[in-house]
Design a protein around this ligand. Structure first.
Ligand code: ADP
Ligand code: ADP
Length: 227
């Protein structure tokens, strides 16, 4: 299980307040969406959770345990960006397997095989495992990026506008698939977007962030989207 709580989190860059007194709880296995315009503080919030930025103020809890000072690599929190930075000359299998081969998580060949196959099935790319990244479509590459982030079964899975750069048709398809994937993975997910259709179709719960502050939190039925 993994639930995550932010209490009074604030983060400044010089005189610019990126996050101001953020309070929220994401429940175990929930698909939690953070929605807001460019500059709202969405990426900063994910970076604080992932440990890339230390908050100026406030506390982070994972399963009730304070973790402000836990190193990013010890948090087992996976993050996916819109730019996946895959290794282009390696196969899909090698790309997904790479986190399991790092010195810290040196897994056996059998475990690697099993885990890569498991996530590849969920992402529907198990037929592509021997292909090179350079031979894949954008949508397929995106799945490989997700697979690499998910192969270690993270406590919390953070996604920062992962489908923004796909064309409209593929975005539509990926919305449905991301929702299904998240159910099958059983991983607490925080998803950042500035697209209200994504927010509505994916979120069990949605927080609207604006100028570093949470303006609303609720289920898709509770939230009011204004133009
Ligand atoms: P969003 O992801 O919602 O577009 P960000 O979290 O990227 O918003 O940015 C929130 C605010 O913090 C913006 O005003 C942005 O300019 C500022 N900011 C973000 N990262 C940095 C940084 N590394 N250095 C200085 N200012 C930053
Ligand atoms: P290890 O300590 O196990 O070598 P690495 O992160 O260096 O860990 O490599 C893990 C896998 O990631 C490699 O087997 C390879 O498939 C891929 N990889 C790592 N670094 C690169 C790179 N610079 N270019 C291409 N592929 C890489």
């Amino acid at each position: 299980v993994a639930d995550i709580t932010l209490k009074s989190i604030s983060k400044k860059f010089k005189n610019n307040t990126a996050l101001a007194n953020i309070n929220l709880t994401v429940r175990d296995k929930e698909f939690f969406v953070i929605f807001g315009p460019a500059g709202a503080g969405k990426t900063t919030l994910l970076n604080v959770i992932a440990g890339l930025y230390l908050p100026e103020y406030g506390n982070l809890y994972l399963n009730g345990v304070y973790f402000n000072y836990v190193e990013p690599e010890d948090r087992n929190i996976a993050m996916v960006f819109e730019d996946y930075a895959l290794y282009p000359h390696f196969t899909v299998f090698e790309n997904i397997a790479s986190p399991l081969k790092s010195p810290k998580y040196k897994e056996s060949k059998a475990v690697i095989e099993k885990e890569v196959t498991r996530v590849a099935r969920i992402l529907k790319i198990d037929h592509l495992l021997e292909r090179n990244i350079s031979e894949l479509s954008n949508g397929q590459r995106q799945r490989v990026g997700l697979g690499r982030a998910l192969v270690r079964t993270p406590n919390v899975f953070l996604m920062d506008e992962p489908i923004t750069h796909l064309d409209a048709k593929l975005r539509h398809q990926m919305r449905a698939e991301l929702k299904e994937m998240q159910k099958n993975l059983d991983t607490t997910t925080i998803y950042v977007t500035h697209d209200y259709l994504e927010a509505l179709s994916l979120g069990d719960e949605i927080a609207i962030l604006n100028e570093g502050k949470i303006e609303q939190i609720g289920t898709p039925d509770d939230i009011y989207f204004y133009p």
